[in-house]
Ligand binder design. Structure first.
Ligand SMILES: NCC(=O)CCC(=O)O
Ligand SMILES: [Zn+2]
Ligand SMILES: [Zn+2]
Length: 333
């Protein structure tokens, strides 16, 4: 015989009582839109591997983003994509070029959209000739101390250009401390948020991004600096380390296959905002499967967002942001 406390259905029979079962629900404020800014000023170029996403030139940025801001877009994260010949070199010296795509975009967005929160991804891989995320030694291994020095410099220059947030994705050791100290010395630490991609796992989920950002490594892979996919304990150590080094927010990436790590991060970094990056492979997979009739795109994307929030995320980076701004205005029965 069923005991009284075994009856759960009564608590979620109605749409409103179902809503009371969640700790939090998705709002537009929780979304950060990753955007690719190219050095071809007039480009508005479709990215084949990321259907619906574009590489955007500086001259097209304002008209591209204005309707999204009208729909409630609150924040973006910028990836510079140099496509011109001769920009890439072994040390990624053009990452913080004042005339490069990232800094020009920060300037423009801050001026034209004062209420938009502008974050910059900080990494060298888009700007290095070898495509790795740091500076290499002669033998092809990473020179960690040179790398973090350079990465901190780039982050500070993005902050000086007006970025309200810098998010290093390179996975070098000690980068959070180096950047935080750089921001302190430059007088920006009090107004620039430092999001650490603390638990960034190596693997196949970034495939479409590398095509979009033209940042595939010329040789080798990133397994010596990004985390091994099976490394739950290493992720815990990286999260704790980055908290100690001065991160303001902890990120987990990719998202859907690493929800356990999102939960873990929210339990380790209880007093921090927790962000999750639904990466390019996740975006494309859902898109293609929906196009093939496997499920309805809106339902599956909203369900994936619910999963992130349930796991403990407070900030979600997703290429679905423009769609979600529309969907959140529609009925959510
Ligand atoms: N730093 C950004 C990435 O490494 C990739 C993100 C994606 O695949 O969407
Ligand atoms: Zn990188
Ligand atoms: Zn990266």
């Amino acid at each position: 015989m069923t005991t009284p406390n075994a009856i759960l259905h009564g608590g979620y029979h109605h749409a409103l009582s179902r809503s009371w079962q969640s700790e939090r629900t998705l709002t537009k404020d929780m979304l950060m839109y990753p955007m690719f800014i190219t050095d071809d000023a007039n480009a508005l170029e479709k990215i084949d591997s990321l259907p619906g996403q574009h590489r955007i030139g500086i001259n097209k940025l304002k008209e591209f983003i204005a309707p999204l801001v009208t729909k409630g877009l609150r924040s973006v994260i910028l990836f510079g994509v140099p496509l011109k010949e001769g920009v890439k070199d072994p040390t990624g010296s053009r990452a913080d070029d004042p005339e490069g795509p990232t800094i020009l975009a920060v300037n423009l967005l801050r001026k034209e959209f004062p209420d938009l929160f502008v974050a910059c991804d900080v990494c060298l891989c888009e700007y290095t000739s070898h495509g790795h995320c740091g500076i290499l030694r002669q033998d092809g291994t990473l020179d960690n101390s040179q790398s973090i020095k350079r990465i901190a410099e780039v982050a500070v220059n993005y902050a000086k250009a007006g970025a309200q947030c810098v998010a290093p994705s390179d996975m070098m050791d000690g980068r959070i401390r180096a950047i935080k100290e750089g921001l302190m010395e430059a007088g920006f630490a009090h107004k620039v948020m430092l999001i650490s991609y603390s638990a960034k796992f190596a693997g196949s989920w970034y495939g479409p991004f590398r095509d979009a950002a033209n940042s595939a490594p010329a040789f080798g892979d990133r397994r010596c600096y990004q985390l091994p996919p099976n490394a739950r304990r290493l992720a815990r150590r990286a999260i704790k380390r980055d908290m100690e080094e001065g991160a303001d927010c902890i990120m987990v990436k990719p998202g859907m296959p690493y929800l356990d790590i999102v939960r873990e991060a929210s339990e380790i970094a209880t007093d921090y905002p927790i962000s999750v990056y639904q990466v390019s492979g996740e975006y494309s997979m859902l898109h293609q499967a929906a196009a093939a009739g496997v499920f309805d795109l809106k339902s599956i994307v909203l369900e994936s967002m619910t999963g992130f929030i349930r796991a403990g995320a407070t900030l979600i980076l997703t290429y679905y942001t423009p769609d979600l701004l529309t969907w959140l205005d529609e009925d959510r029965a």
